[in-house]
Design a protein around this ligand. Structure first.
Ligand code: NAD
Length: 299
């Protein structure tokens, strides 16, 4: 059976709705408290993919009614100069969120830079303080991509308590925080990785499969329990049908998985668009908390 029966989870539409909801909150914050959230994005070097991300982040920040502070530094910027900029942004009251675009050039210690960001302004949620708070049940700023996945899952399935979930991939930016978030929702979580034995068998037991592996179309339809929900985080560029052309595929084999799953995110148009929308949500949360204002979940 190869016919698509799964519902397609529309991340593009959900991301647009989230951005609109954030913009409405930002407008209310301005009107009631005279506060405009500010987000600083730092880009070091000229990586083409990073340039596109940073441009999109700046545009969407402004569209949400926030102030956007863009810092573009040359690829040979010394680590000390980047750390000085981070300190200045930490001290600037107009800046509520700081994002240093990864990857950084090889001569810079990325962890050292991420550790230097004020945890209260760490809208990427990569600071060990925020990772620790997420793991121990505190008020954490949560990495954008896994939080975007969770939003899609909750909108699709409602309460997640008691469901069996597998997260494939244990990176600090996607897999581990994803597993923590699902645990926080009272799922029974398996965190799989490259050394996991019988990955297909582990997958077949799961009601929720989150694939964050970086391996094109690794997860096959016969790994999926009928009716399960598949969240595909992967973004892999592979050769296209025509010579010289490429196309994007996820970490799940869409065709075979969509014939078995109950619902699935497409690539592109699934998890990808959620990431920047959640970044704006996180900037709003950081701003509210810095001003001692309550932050209610946007949706
Ligand atoms: P990563 O390379 O840091 O981690 C990959 C993980 O997958 C590792 O923990 C590894 O153990 C595991 N793995 C590798 N091969 C495996 C296999 N054969 N079986 C089981 N596990 C295996 O990657 P990442 O940064 O977590 O990103 C994962 C994917 O998500 C990539 O395709 C990336 O492009 C994509 N991504 C998308 C977004 C988005 O906004 N949609 C954001 C971040 C990452």
């Amino acid at each position: 059976m190869t016919e698509q029966t799964a519902k397609i989870i529309d991340g593009k539409a959900t991301a647009a709705a989230l951005r609109e909801a954030v913009a409405a909150r930002v407008a209310a914050l301005k009107e009631r408290h005279g506060i405009t959230p500010g987000l600083a994005v730092v880009l070091v070097g000229e990586d083409p993919a990073s340039q596109v991300y940073v441009r999109n982040k700046n545009e969407q920040t402004k569209q949400a009614g926030m102030r956007s502070f863009e810092h573009r530094l040359p690829a040979d910027t010394p680590e000390a100069a980047l750390l000085t900029l981070v300190s200045a942004l930490n001290a600037d009251p107009a800046v509520n969120g700081i994002l240093v675009q990864l990857p950084l050039p090889k001569h810079i210690d990325s962890q050292k830079v991420l550790d230097a960001i004020d945890p209260a302004k760490d809208v990427d949620g990569f600071h060990p303080m925020n990772a620790g708070r997420l793991a121990t049940g505190g008020n954490a700023l949560v990495p954008c991509t896994p939080l975007g996945c969770l939003i899609l899952l909750k909108r699709e399935l409602g309460a997640l308590a008691g469901r069996k979930a597998i997260v494939i991939g244990r990176s600090n930016i996607v897999g581990k925080p994803m597993a923590q978030l699902l645990l926080r929702e009272s799922c029974t979580v398996v965190l799989a990785h490259s050394k996991t034995r019988d990955l297909p068998g582990e997958c077949r037991q799961a009601d929720i499969v989150v694939a964050a592996v970086g391996q094109p179309e690794l997860v096959k339809g016969d790994w999926i329990k009928p009716g399960a929900t598949v969240i595909d985080v992967g973004i892999n560029r592979v050769p296209g049908a025509e010579p010289g052309k490429t196309r994007l595929v996820g970490d799940a084999d869409f065709k075979s998985c969509a014939a078995v799953a109950g619902a699935i995110t497409p690539v592109p148009g699934g998890v990808g668009p959620m990431t920047i929308a959640v970044l704006l949500r996180n900037a709003l949360e950081a701003c509210c908390r810095q001003h001692g204002l309550p932050f209610e979940e946007v949706f």
